[in-house]
Design a binder for this molecule. Structure first.
Ligand code: AMP
Length: 276
């Protein structure tokens, strides 16, 4: 496995990689969710590239850029075991030199949900993913459904900007009790870890009510909110029931529907979703 820190080095290595090239962009501190993407890329490609880059432009000024968990040594050990060909691990200065100035706007999809709570987040995501696509030139890029809106923004960017690659979205990997795996789960103390289950429980409640025939989206939202509000450590950023492609909020549940939420558990902001 080759580890490359410079853009020129990655471009040089890319020219030697056998096609098709599968690519998994990450911010590191890898868990089984990330590794499920790496394994899919490995199974479907002759070459696999993983990037590890905590992208400053997608963090707001009050967010956890400085404290975001990092363990490069462990990440590289895990990726070696997955038979990854190359890891691209640039510095912030390498990706955003002083003269940097052109950004990719995430469009209308980027303005809702996470975008409404985290202004500029998807501009940072779309910009760095576009840069990584230009540097790595993958045949296919793999993303987790855990970040459903990110998948929607990137698919739209690839379509609208005519990028020549396929975007593959894979299911959310969960802990045995249902909590979606996330690098940020490490911030939770034991009481918060228990409280964090409220996200998955509220999604399961919406799914159960819908399966039982409930189609009033407002009612599903209210039931989810009521369940989460029973948890003293939780405070809700949003609970959304939206069209899975447009992300427009719905009055009536008409599949495919994205049920998504962002909830703060103590000081940690967690997101999760399911598709009905
Ligand atoms: P991150 O390192 O958080 O930027 O995530 C890198 C990629 O892994 C993104 O495509 C995420 O959607 C994906 N990912 C993160 N957590 C999970 C999970 N629990 N299941 C599946 N994919 C995930």
């Amino acid at each position: 496995m080759q580890v490359v820190e410079k853009i020129a080095g990655m471009r040089h290595l890319r020219r030697q990689l056998a096609e098709p090239v599968g690519f998994v962009p990450t911010m590191g501190y890898l868990h089984d969710g990330h590794l499920s993407l790496v394994r899919a890329a490995r199974a479907e490609s002759r070459s696999v590239v993983v990037s590890i880059f905590v992208n400053p432009t997608q963090f707001g000024p009050q967010e956890d850029l400085a404290s975001y968990p990092r363990d490069t040594e462990r990440d590289l050990t895990l990726l070696t075991k997955e038979a990854v060909d190359a890891v691209f691990m640039p510095s912030a200065a390498e990706m955003y030199p002083g003269r940097f100035g052109v950004y990719v706007d995430g469009g209308k999809t980027a303005g809702r949900l996470e975008g409404a709570c985290r202004p500029g987040h998807f501009r940072g995501v779309a910009t760095v993913v576009a840069k990584l696509f230009n540097i790595v030139r993958p045949t296919r890029a793999y993303f987790g459904q855990k970040d459903a809106q990110q998948v929607a923004v990137i698919k739209k960017m690839v379509a609208d900007l005519n990028m020549d690659l396929e975007v593959v979205a894979l299911p959310t990997v969960r802990e045995p009790d249902g909590l979606a795996m996330s690098s940020r789960n490490v911030y939770l103390n034991p009481a918060e870890r228990r409280a964090a289950l409220t996200l998955y429980r509220s999604l399961c409640l919406a799914q159960r009510l819908w399966r039982e025939g409930e189609t009033d989206a407002g009612l599903l939202r209210r039931k989810m909110v009521a369940l989460i509000e029973k948890e003293p450590l939780a405070s809700i950023d949003y609970v959304s029931i939206a069209g899975a492609e447009t992300l427009d909020e719905l009055d009536e549940v008409k599949p495919p529907v994205l049920v998504s939420l962002a909830v703060r558990i103590g000081g940690t902001r967690l997101i999760d979703n399911i598709v009905l």
